[in-house]
Design a protein around this ligand. Structure first.
Ligand code: ADP
Ligand code: MG
Length: 459
């Protein structure tokens, strides 16, 4: 039997009935597809807005809930009107009714949560995840139904049946062994030829609470499922033709990269390339499973292939950036040896689960750039027992990946030349990891990104 291809479609691909049709046409090209979808465009954000509003503004929360419901109702009606064909009219009518029933049920669940939030007077992490998951629970179920109305043999899979996680609500960690065995149980009794359609982003704890895998988590779901299957490749279908040299919305001259290594792609995602969730490549690289990034609007464009091997060396392969970073600098009061000092600082970061983007050290001091968040104030206070602590906010971080070791000098020279009069806070280059990371003022980050792109990629 042919191997399975996992196809993940993001929010923009799930935007309206016309993109749903494009999605189904793409699915139709594969011999054994397994479909993972995000919520429809904007839905997750609106659901979270509703949950937050419910605390003090229940009317507003209900309005948002209604807006989400109506948008889905219209989408299904539009799809049935334009694209449901073949089969018997009664079969289509059945799907239409089932969609209505599903929408009623999940809208009821949503309203129940919103009322409970209002009564409690606050929004806890557990309820937030339960509400946030509704977007994927809806979109996947409705897409499977629309596919059947368009004569495809699709079947909904509830992600809760497969994606077992811990209870870190908001960014839960998956239980890989459980997922593998759940997927194989499911395949064993799966009807021949039926196409699984499941929602990404959410899962469930052993206690039965719904969790989410973090922002953009559907990419991660696709890779988790792919790594648990006899799978050929995972394909991330989105609105751009692959991973670009930089975010094409920010840099006009950005262009798609034919191939990247798992490591390079992870690094890029980590440094803010929104096209992939940073954890996506972990399960795939463990099994050497290629991940392709492709465009639903240009399905025949080659896109980007991410695998064990990178493509041929240029000066540098790609760059990404974040513009909400902070720089924490601790200067030892010299009572501790260098390694003790560093391990104490990093233990404090670990305890608070704060991942670090860039590190620079000397014997007596260390600076770490990391995402800015309220927690940092308290951390800075706690670290004062080690020495002098500085916390600078309002910074940005730029990551360049795939820097050719043989062209180090040229790269550094051209980088400085491109930056011109923009000031750097810190700079870290690793020949072994082929990365170059820059920290600078947040306000100058986008300008720096554009200048660097022009100076390093466009000449
Ligand atoms: P989806 O809804 O399909 O998950 P996303 O919006 O999450 O889509 O990701 C696609 C978007 O990621 C693109 O429209 C693009 O603006 C942005 N992006 C940021 N960095 C990159 C990059 N290096 N390559 C391609 N796209 C990028
Ligand atoms: Mg995405």
């Amino acid at each position: 039997m042919a191997k399975i291809t996992v196809l993940k479609f993001g929010g923009t691909s799930m935007g309206d009935e016309h993109t749903w049709k494009k999605v189904l046409d793409i699915v139709d090209r594969y011999e054994r597809p397994w479909v993972v979808v995000s919520a429809t465009a904007r839905t997750t954000r609106r659901l979270i807005a509703a949950a937050e509003a419910a605390v003090a503004r229940p009317d507003q929360a209900r309005d948002i809930a209604e807006e989400v419901e109506t948008r889905h109702r219209n989408l299904v009606a539009g799809f049935m009107e334009s694209y449901a064909q073949g089969d018997t009219p009664s079969g289509r009518e059945q799907e239409r009714e089932d969609c209505g029933g599903r929408l009623d049920r999940l809208s009821g669940v949503l309203r129940g949560h919103l009322d409970a939030i209002h009564e409690a007077g606050n929004l806890d992490h557990r309820t937030r995840d339960a509400v946030a998951s509704i977007g994927e629970r809806l979109s996947s179920w409705l897409l499977a139904s629309c596919a059947r109305a368009a004569c495809m043999n699709a079947r909904w899979v509830d992600a809760r049946r497969i994606i077992r996680t811990d209870d870190r609500f908001g960014s839960a960690s998956p239980d890989l062994a459980y997922i593998r065995s759940a997927v194989s149980d499911l395949l064993e009794c799966w009807p021949t030829g039926a196409i699984p359609v499941m929602g990404g982003y959410y899962g469930e704890t052993a206690e039965g609470d719904i969790t989410t895998l973090g922002f953009e988590g559907s990419d991660y779901t696709a890779s988790l499922v792919g790594a648990s299957l006899p799978c050929e490749a995972v394909e991330i279908w989105t609105d751009v033709s692959g991973v670009y040299t930089c975010d094409p919305r920010v840099v006009e001259g950005a262009r798609p990269i034919p191939s990247l290594s798992f490591r390079e792609a992870t690094e890029l995602a980590w440094f803010g390339a929104k096209v992939l969730h940073p954890s996506t490549l972990k399960p795939a690289s463990g099994r050497n499973l290629p991940v392709h990034v492709k465009n639903i609007f240009e399905p025949d464009a080659p896109g980007t292939r991410i695998g064990a091997e990178s493509g041929p060396d240029g000066l540098v392969k790609a760059m990404a950036y974040k513009d909400r970073s902070a720089l924490l600098t601790v200067t030892s009061s010299s009572t501790l040896m260098g390694y003790n000092f560093l391990s104490t600082v990093f233990a404090a970061l670990r305890e608070r689960r704060l991942p670090v983007d860039v590190v620079t050290t000397t014997e007596a001091s260390v600076s770490v750039a990391l995402d800015d968040e309220p927690l940092l104030e308290k951390l800075a206070e706690d670290l004062q027992e080690l020495g002098e602590v500085g916390l600078r906010r309002g910074l940005g971080v730029i990551g360049l990946v795939g820097c050719a070791p043989s062209r180090q000098q040229e790269l550094l020279e051209r980088m400085l030349h491109a930056l011109g009069d923009l000031d750097l806070e810190t700079l870290s280059y690793s020949r072994a990891k082929r990365t170059l990371n820059l920290v600078l003022e947040a306000e100058q980050t986008v300008e720096a990104v554009r200048r660097l792109h022009a100076g390093l990629f466009e000449t």
